[in-house]
Design a binder for this molecule. Structure first.
Ligand SMILES: [Zn+2]
Length: 418
């Protein structure tokens, strides 16, 4: 049994770059021919398909947010001119907005890479608890599970009691859906008198649509012996990235180009720098270039021991609107939470101000214990902060106990732009 879904997953860096640039060029050429929206967009910018040859060239095109997509589709229903109207479409999904999304056809291994990397195989009986109604979720996850040979139970949003019966009666070996729903299914089973770990065969779960909190992951893995995985995608562009058994940064799928950009100008940022996740799904039906997910992440350049050579994402750090930009770099509240977990006996608050037309970053530190070594704490804090936020602290200010309270925000922006 192969360790990889296909050979694309282990392409050399050079081959991968060539592959992405070639697929992008094909999509640009076809999109210009078949989509009036794309043609107008290029013509208005005085660029031709030949001007978009590489992933870097995508910067010449605008990032399209979900809100903008809703508006564009409303102006020109149903697909905003992004889809070739002569093509036969298998099915059309909707998501709140509304956004209408043509299904991309069966040649795209949507979600299959994620399930394969999570160990889903022929012989697995999988409870698919994603909704099958209207939205893309249920059916597209279903398709991915079938691509890796698993048998699927389309249980969708049935009650947790029904899900427990299915797990028991059909010998379910794996689950896919949200982590919170799996937890409520387990609790329901316990209420019904079952010992989830010993009475059932469910040993694997792949989650989407909701972040997996490390504490919840630990409960699933330690208390219930369920091996857990995360998948990341967006309804407008399908699967984007997934975890392998190393459970490090997420592998980006070979069917999408992911750029991490500065949301204020759409320019690509370097590895390790936080920015918006912008996705182009390589396909020849729906010519949506540079969809802005509104999610914040950064690219990892670290090699994965699993052997996959894809570019990787360092999880999701939050939403663009929640982040604060300091000296050109974003700081997300979730990054500060990670820091606070590493300094459990210290309260802190980040204050961004401006002096001499420069951003100035102060951190107020309040140790909860008396008599600690402030110099040691300061240098440890500065290092961890730089490591996680990539921004350097200008000044650390120690404050007396009781100044910072639980309700205080972790970050305060005092800058005025007048
Ligand atoms: Zn890996």
């Amino acid at each position: 049994m192969s360790e990889y879904f296909d050979i694309k997953e282990t392409m050399s860096h050079k081959k991968r770059e060539g592959y992405y640039n070639r697929r992008l060029s094909e999509m640009v050429t076809l999109g210009y021919e078949r989509s009036k929206r794309v043609k107008d967009m290029f013509d208005a910018r005085n660029i031709s398909p030949a001007d978009i040859k590489t992933v870097r060239d995508l910067e010449k095109l605008p990032v399209i947010s979900r809100e903008e997509l809703v508006g564009i589709e409303a102006d020109e229903p149903p697909f905003g001119g992004f889809c070739d109207s002569n093509i036969e479409i298998d099915r059309i999904f909707t998501s709140p907005g509304p956004v209408y999304e043509p299904h991309l056809g069966e040649s795209d291994p949507l979600w299959a890479r994620a399930y394969y990397a999570a160990g889903f195989r022929k012989g697995d009986v999988v409870l698919n608890a994603f909704s099958y109604h209207m939205v893309a979720a249920g059916l597209t996850f279903h398709g991915g599970l079938r691509r890796v040979g698993a048998t699927v139970i389309p249980s969708g949003t049935s009650s947790s009691q029904v899900q427990v019966q299915l797990i028991r009666d059909l010998g379910v070996t794996a689950y896919t859906g949200t982590p919170s729903f799996l937890l409520s299914i387990i609790k329901k089973a316990e209420e019904m008198g079952y010992d989830f770990k010993n009475d059932f065969r469910l040993r694997r779960a792949s989650f989407g649509a909701e972040p997996l909190a490390p504490s919840l992951r630990e409960i699933f893995e330690r208390d219930y012996a369920i091996d857990t995985y995360q998948m990341y995608g967006a309804t407008e562009v399908g699967d984007i990235a997934y975890e392998c058994s190393e459970k490090g940064p997420w592998h980006i799928c070979e069917e999408v180009i992911v750029e991490i950009v500065d949301p204020t100008n759409g320019k690509q940022v370097g590895a390790g720098v936080l920015g918006e996740v912008v996705v182009t799904r390589l396909n020849n039906i729906f010519f949506l270039f540079r969809f802005g997910t509104g999610d914040l992440s950064s690219l990892s350049e670290e090699k994965c021991p699993c052997g996959r050579t894809s570019y990787r994402l360092n999880g999701i750090a939050g939403r663009v609107g929640d982040a604060v930009k300091v000296r050109g770099l974003f700081i997300a509240p979730s990054q500060l939470k990670v820091i606070s977990e590493q300094f459990s006996d210290v309260k802190f608050q980040v204050v961004i101000s401006r002096s001499a037309h420069k951003d100035f970053l102060t951190v107020k530190l309040e140790p909860e214990k008396e008599g600690i070594d402030c110099n040691e704490l300061q240098s440890r804090f500065e290092n961890v902060f730089k490591e996680i936020c990539t921004v350097k602290i200008d000044k650390i200010e120690f404050v007396k106990q009781g100044i910072l309270t639980e309700g205080d925000k972790l970050i305060i922006d005092q800058r005025s732009w007048k």
